[in-house]
Design a protein around this ligand. Structure first.
Ligand code: GDP
Ligand code: MG
Length: 177
């Protein structure tokens, strides 16, 4: 990637949260490596991946943290959230319960993260529209009511993956610059 830290104007830590199986790791895989795996491993093997983007002529380095599957046991530690300026809170549009759990994830953020953390609600697997259980409008209304940004994505066909991450990063950028 070739970005020595000297060239970096801003570094933002972003955390991926949401139920197990919603596609967090594959969203990250798509955004950073432009890859997708149907047989996703429980973890991509590292704590975080980084990607540097140009924003308003500034080099913004995103350090994006993925879980190693701890969310299955509700065992995400405070260290995971420490210093995070943004969160991508993902649910699966084909799994109603993953959307119902969003509220629980917001409580988790409230307890462990900075109170000014910027949150992007992400409805992933939009490619599976025929078996959708969560209507777009319902999620949009919910996000509005909770003061979250909202987008639907597909890590499989790439739809909206860049806008999801870049949208979150630009909101963080606007908040800190
Ligand atoms: P995580 O537990 O939230 O990290 O979820 P993963 O990224 O491991 O994905 C769980 C499963 O959903 C894997 O089989 C992925 O291939 C699949 N998956 C992830 N994103 C998408 C998507 O956008 N569309 C479809 N159809 N499958 C997806
Ligand atoms: Mg994962």
């Amino acid at each position: 990637q070739g970005d020595s830290d000297d060239d970096i104007d801003y570094m933002f830590k972003v955390v991926l949260i949401g139920d197990s199986g919603v596609g967090k790791s594959q969203l990250l895989n798509r955004f950073v490596r432009n890859e997708f795996h149907m047989k996703s491993k429980a973890t991509i093997g590292v704590e975080f991946l980084t990607k540097t983007v140009l924003m308003d002529h500034k080099h913004v380095k995103a350090q994006i943290w993925d879980t190693a599957g701890q969310e299955r046991y509700q065992a995400i530690t405070t260290a995971y959230y420490r210093g995070a300026t943004g969160a991508l809170l993902t649910y699966d549009v084909t799994k109603r319960h993953s959307f119902n759990h969003v509220e629980k994830w917001l409580d988790e953020l409230h307890m462990h993260a900075d109170k000014n953390i910027v949150v992007m609600l992400v409805g992933n697997k939009s490619d599976l529209n025929s078996i959708r259980e969560v209507p777009t409008e319902e999620a949009k209304d919910f996000a509005k009511q909770k003061g979250l940004f909202f987008i639907e994505t597909s890590a499989l066909d790439s739809n909206n993956v860049e806008p999801a991450f870049l949208g979150l990063l630009s909101q963080i950028y606007m908040a800190v610059s």
